[in-house]
Design a protein around this ligand. Structure first.
Ligand code: PEP
Ligand code: MN
Length: 259
């Protein structure tokens, strides 16, 4: 498919989908709901950067195949994470946009490889902030991605490691206006990973929209209690739809529509 631009000034691009791709039915259920809501992208991990080697590591290439099939079936842009320089061409061949996760923000060899692999095709890149990185470090690292000529990079705030334990990470909502002041790159806010718990997701999402984010990331799963990763923070499809209706109201108040 041709690349859908991530960012237009009057839209907020919703990047919703499961934490991990777990099978064709699971992803189809989510994709069908996203399409039904008029959204344009789906996210899902095939290679998962898990904190423990004993946790589910993702479906790998089979997950990429499922993502490509489901994306084509519904006409949705597809986003998945790349965790290894050796996977860049493989992952690129299956999906429309590449995610770089928080644990790899400072993996400069991976950034260089993705920057050079997308220098000509300008494949969109979603570049998450390191959980302990300053905004200066994040913006500097982003230049590894753009240096060879790909301008199509979106930054993604996803929460910081702080002394606070009431949330999984501390969402730095200030990053949105700071990035808008300091960079031309659009900013996504991932509200699921900082929340860590599903009941906190709506408030963080509304705050991100009100703060002027260009995109939102929200994890959605057909059966969250049985999810193979991040079970406690994923919204059901029904809860996601209800939240989306509220977010559209907040977005309208700041002159934007959610796509
Ligand atoms: C993800 O989005 O699936 C993910 C692993 O996020 P992060 O890199 O922010 O932890
Ligand atoms: Mn996750």
């Amino acid at each position: 498919m041709t690349y859908v631009p991530y960012h237009k000034k009057d839209t907020i691009t919703m990047l919703a989908g499961p934490c991990s791709i777990e099978g064709p039915e699971q992803l189809d259920t989510v994709a069908s709901a996203l399409k039904g809501e008029g959204l344009t992208w789906i996210r899902g991990g095939a290679f998962k950067p898990r904190s423990s080697p004993y946790s589910f590591q993702g479906m790998g290439v089979e997950g990429l195949r499922i993502m490509a099939e489901v994306g084509a079936r519904y006409g949705l842009g597809t986003l998945t994470e790349v965790v290894d320089t050796a996977h860049v061409d493989l992952v690129s061949s299956y999906v429309d946009a590449l995610q770089i996760g928080t644990r790899n923000m400072a993996n400069f060899e991976l950034l260089k490889r993705i920057g050079s692999a997308t220098a000509v095709n300008h494949k969109p890149i979603l570049f998450k902030r390191g959980m302990a990185a300053t905004i200066d470090e994040w913006l500097s690292a982003a230049e590894y991605l753009t240096a060879d000529g790909n301008p199509n990079v979106m930054l993604c705030e996803r929460g910081l490691r702080t002394f606070e334990t009431a949330t999984r990470f501390t969402l730095d909502i200030s990053a949105v206006p700071v990035i808008h002041k300091r960079s031309l790159l659009p900013v996504c806010v991932d509200v699921s990973h900082p929340a860590g718990q599903v009941d906190l997701v709506p408030a963080l999402a509304k705050a991100a929209v009100a703060a002027g984010c260009d995109s939102l990331m929200i994890e959605v799963h057909p059966d969250p209690p049985h999810a193979k990763s991040d079970a406690s923070q994923q919204l059901t499809v029904e809860d996601f739809k209800a939240l989306l209706a509220d977010l559209r109201t907040v977005a309208a108040a700041v002159g934007k529509t959610i796509v």
